[in-house]
Design a protein around this ligand. Sequence first.
Ligand code: ADP
Length: 307
Amino acid sequence: MKTIHFFGECMMELKATSRDTMSKSFAGDVYNSAVYLKRCFADIDTSVVTTVGQDSISNDMLARCDEEHINTQFVFRHPSKTLGVYLIETDDQGERSFVYWRSDSAARQTMQFISDEVIDALQTNDMFFFSGIPLAIMSDAHRAAFWAFLEKIKQRGLTIVFDPNYRSALWENKAHAIAEFEQALSVADIALPGIEDFETLYDFRSSDDVVTFCKSKGVKDVIVKNGPASVVTSIDDVVITHPITPVTNVVDTTSAGDAFNGAFLGARLSDYSVRDAVNFAADAAATVIQFPGAIAPKDAFMRTLRQ
Ligand code: ADP
């Protein structure tokens, strides 16, 4: 069985359903990717590597992982901290904004649980995915430990995958994000950036520039997402531009890139060609944006994807 591990943070999502009530769910970039990968490719062992608390909300999140058949072998339980939380607010014009309480979340502490036993439990042909969000939220000491950990597992043969997912609010300044992302690119075998990240950080305007830059830092394969515009891949040094059919009834683009990442990696692990994998991932992402929130209801998602 092929195995992929998604390293990062899953938060509790709160959304107002009336003036006085809210609905609760769980989301976070790597968790979203894991959910969509597993829904599309049931035979791939899909694990999240994160930390939760010992409280009932953390238990709920683990129960949700079970419902989605996500492996929680590497979900650690912090003795005193718990999940980060975010609230989605929608104004009178329908514009959404987010309020976060994540500065002391359990997921910031994951590196303290990464022991030699954990490293030994990762298999040589596993894939290991991380994004710029867990990088941003860990302490400097944990980040140093994370780079050493990545080097070790890369040497053991794991394939390292990185999506910068730049969130300016989580970084002290751009220079810090750039330094850490360049370190990430030097370890990653595969990068799945959105072009926006590189526009903001480097003022790059084209996917080709992003491909050239990532490859110059040592990444072997690059997949550049650009909303409804074409996806550009450079895999085994073959560059292909894949047109995307824009969705006309976009409801909420949250987690489009995450769904794309999960579906693309699942498809490649299932031996799809590059073109077929991009088409499949684009269909999955196009489906997700027709539903509100990061995680579309499972049955409706599967039904719409198959149409
Ligand atoms: P991110 O969430 O990382 O910013 P993008 O916005 O670039 O990601 O979108 C990721 C993928 O989602 C795109 O490559 C595309 O396949 C799909 N997608 C995004 N917006 C649209 C759209 N309006 N119509 C069709 N597909 C879209």
